[in-house]
Design a protein around this ligand. Structure first.
Ligand code: BV8
Ligand code: ZN
Length: 243
């Protein structure tokens, strides 16, 4: 049963008039696919806080532990498929002039659903990157047989994601910034608005008078900046918002 959404009709009207839409997504859009959110209690692994594991320091101190965490997440995500929320965004892309998905997620589910303009600000879970020569390779499996090393130079590989304290990759950031500043509507789905610089996109859009719709069961800092808050799960709300 869908939650009561008093703002739904107004949000639908707002979206119906948009030609270029930018969608900022976070872990919440993948929750209904079975991917634990970053800060939800189900995200805990062996009682380690993701915030301490997703750091260069944790990897330097114990690469085995960090690789076991990422390998566990890979095994989880490999069993997950895109949900109705991801699929509604694919339909949105087919309906408007331009739809950019700016995601903080590393699970690859937007691409798996069929979205084609996806900017992955925090990297990709299924990529290994060499810590010496930066060579990258896709690894669509899980299971650790010792620590992975680069086939070109033999040095230890790391997960191809952005850790706390690391700069975001230039190309996705530039593409996301361009999309955010040239859109006529911003849709914010499933993010706690706690992680920067991604979270900053919403105040920036507000300052540029771009209309904002937030889809999240909870209130976040972004709700105060939004024209509409649709307080429900993305897998139920987005199919109601997007025909
Ligand atoms: C940077 C990849 C600068 C890894 C991630 C001190 C030291 C260093 C940096 C900082 C510092 N203080 C602040 C910072 C900046 C820091 C930051 O923002 N910290 C915060 C937490 C205080 N940011 C950084 O470090 C960034 N880099 O600043 O670099 C710099 C510049 C130049 C040169 C050098 C350095 C890097 C940030 C990227 C970190 N990597 N992920 C991995 O995945 O392992 S971030 C991680 O958090 C995930 O990507 C996740 O997506 C992201 C954000 O979280 P959310 O997506 O919002 O998920 P969350 O669980 O929090 O919330 C889920 C939401 O969904 C909730 O609101 C919930 O209500 C909702 N929900 C639940 N179910 C549903 C739902 N919504 C809809 N439907 C549902 N069904
Ligand atoms: Zn290498």
């Amino acid at each position: 049963m869908s939650p009561p959404l008093p703002a739904l009709e107004e949000a639908r009207t707002l979206l119906a008039g948009a030609r270029r839409v930018c969608v900022l997504t976070g872990a919440g859009i993948s929750a209904e696919s079975g991917v634990p959110t970053f800060r939800g209690k189900e995200g805990l692994w062996r009682n380690h806080d993701p915030m301490t594991l997703a750091t260069p320091r944790a990897f330097a101190e114990d690469p085995q532990l960090v690789w076991e965490w990422y390998d566990w997440r890979r095994s989880l995500v490999l069993a997950c498929t895109p949900n109705e929320g991801h699929r509604a965004l694919v339909r949105l892309e087919e309906r408007v002039e331009r739809c950019d998905i700016v995601t903080q997620n590393v699970d690859g589910l937007h691409r798996a659903a069929g979205s084609t303009r996806v900017h992955e600000l925090h990297g990709q879970l299924f990529v290994n990157r060499c810590t010496a020569c930066d060579r990258q390779r896709e690894v669509r499996s899980s299971g650790l047989d010792g620590l992975p090393h680069c086939s070109a130079c033999g040095v230890l590989e790391r997960p191809g994601v952005v850790w706390f304290g690391e700069a975001l990759p230039h190309e996705p950031w530039a593409a996301a910034s361009q999309a955010m500043t040239t859109s006529d509507l911003v849709l914010v789905v499933g993010t706690s608005a706690l992680v920067y610089p991604a979270a900053q996109f919403v105040p920036t859009a507000r300052a540029a008078d771009v209309p904002i719709i937030v889809v999240n069961p909870e209130r976040t800092d972004h709700v105060a900046l939004a024209d509409h808050h649709l307080a429900g799960p993305a897998g139920q709300v987005l199919p109601l918002l997007i025909d």
